[in-house]
Design a protein around this ligand. Structure first.
Ligand SMILES: [Zn+2]
Length: 453
């Protein structure tokens, strides 16, 4: 079996993936809070962990990989959006989940095995909070249940933060009922206007962090293999998940993976800079989901990803070329070097480089199979290619006619000009007495042919 190594945030080094249950892999990835459309940065972890999911399925078999990604459907941002718009909470969360899935479908993300909604797991969250109180790791104060960070000696170790840093990082509210300002909420009281559930501490709702600990435990058990998310979640979210789960007596995740953040043209994406856009904005502008996916995979997940117009253009050109090459081609097998590249801490950029080589060498069946493993070149994502696609047969006919004329007039200048234009557009021209054959090469750029039509 192919050995997979992954960088583990917990140990700060690459480690072999050794599943808890031999032959089966389990993965949990923190999902979105559903009150608004996914911005481009949200698509990065989705595409990265989808590619890992595909690799794991390839190596372990589809039936042996369990992937959980949650929906946070109880949150103060959702409550605020409901108050603002007059919509019910359920309308907002259902609607946003639908939009989220259609956007992520468009970038080729497979649905995880389980997509639990936090509100469907309130009972396990209450049980876990009560258990933490019983064990002396949490306390009740004014209708809240708080995790006492001082009760867990390793608190802060995972994210490697000092106390001051953690206080700044968690933007803690120094509430009078907290024993320590860093103590975080497991449960908080709800009033008549906020959603609430019955609990031993009155009507209330869970804090954010307990959600993932409780759902991961319910769906994946005491210990599981991989936990993923953006590195903005390392603190406080993942630090807190670990504290709760460990204190509840669970082993929790073995390997923690974090993707770096996304920038746009070298700048942090922000509404104030005017460079903030959603996945849907791009799709509506005609950027194919497959192109978004390609650009995302062209940077290793542990490096900051810079979304640029130039990368988008390059990705589109490459995919156009590859799609022409693999048209009507059946895949064969995934080349070993591509598998090794992905198995080495998910080196997607390396895998794409190898795919370029396959394309240049004309190994189209392998190119197709490698594409399937990375979620590229599949039929389900190929509709965009028909729009504005160039049918080279038009040019074969033009060449044939130009040749006929040239033979009669003995003036070859028009024929030569046409051949030159095709060559410059990256099309190899093969003319025999019987036929004209046009082959797109690695530098094929359909946009250069537009003037010739
Ligand atoms: Zn989480």
């Amino acid at each position: 079996m192919t050995k997979i190594t992954l960088h583990n945030t917990k140990t700060r080094q690459k480690e072999d993936l050794v599943p808890v249950k031999s032959g089966e892999v389990s993965m949990y990835v923190c999902g979105p809070t559903v009150y608004d459309r996914a911005h481009l940065g949200n698509a990065r972890p989705v595409i990265i962990f989808d590619t890992l999911f595909r690799l794991l399925r390839h190596v372990y078999g589809e039936a042996n990989v369990t992937y959980v990604r949650n929906f946070t459907d109880v949150d103060d941002k959702i409550n605020a959006r409901a108050a603002e718009t007059g919509q019910s909470i359920r309308e907002i969360t259902d609607g946003t989940i639908g939009l989220y899935l259609s956007d992520m479908d468009a970038v080729g993300a497979l649905h995880p095995t389980h997509m639990p909604r936090a509100t469907e797991y309130i009972a396990p969250m209450v049980a876990m909070s009560a258990d933490l109180i019983d064990k002396g790791y949490a306390y009740e104060a004014e209708g809240h249940v708080l995790f006492a960070v001082e009760s867990y000696a390793d608190y802060g170790k995972f994210s490697g933060r000092g106390i001051d840093d953690m206080i700044a990082g968690s933007r803690v509210e120094v509430a009078p009922y907290k024993r320590n300002p860093m103590d975080f909420v497991l449960w908080k009281p709800s009033d008549a206007d906020t959603p609430g559930w019955d609990s031993p501490w009155g009507k209330g709702r869970p804090g954010w962090h307990i959600e993932c600990s409780a759902m991961a435990h319910e769906l994946l058990g005491e210990s599981f293999d991989i936990h993923g998310g953006g590195n903005d979640l390392m603190f406080p979210h993942h630090e807190n998940e670990i504290a709760q789960s460990k204190c509840a007596g669970h082993d929790f995740a073995n390997i923690w993976m974090h993707n770096e953040m996304l920038q746009v043209e070298g700048k942090k994406m922000s509404k104030s800079l005017g460079n903030f856009f959603t996945v849907r904005d791009l799709l509506d502008q005609g950027v194919p989901g497959e192109v978004i996916r390609f650009v995302m995979l062209s940077t290793h997940y542990r490096k900051p990803m810079d979304w640029t117009e130039k990368k988008r253009e390059e990705a589109e050109k490459t995919l156009r070329k590859w799609r022409l090459l693999v048209e009507n081609v059946d895949g064969s097998y995934v080349p070993q070097d591509i598998l090794l590249s992905l198995s080495d801490d998910l080196n997607t950029a390396g895998a794409l480089t190898l795919m370029h080589k396959l394309a240049n060498d004309g190994n189209v069946a392998e190119l197709k199979s490698a594409g399937a493993l990375l979620g590229l070149l599949g039929d389900e994502m190929g509709a965009w290619i028909d729009k504005g696609a160039v049918d080279l047969s038009v040019f074969s006919e033009k060449l044939g006619n130009a040749r006929e004329k040239a033979m009669q007039s003995k003036d070859f200048s028009a024929l030569d000009a046409l051949k030159r234009a095709l060559t410059e557009a990256g099309v190899e021209v093969r003319m025999s007495k019987e036929a004209v054959e046009l082959l797109p090469t690695s530098t094929f750029d359909p946009s250069k042919l537009e003037g010739l039509l």
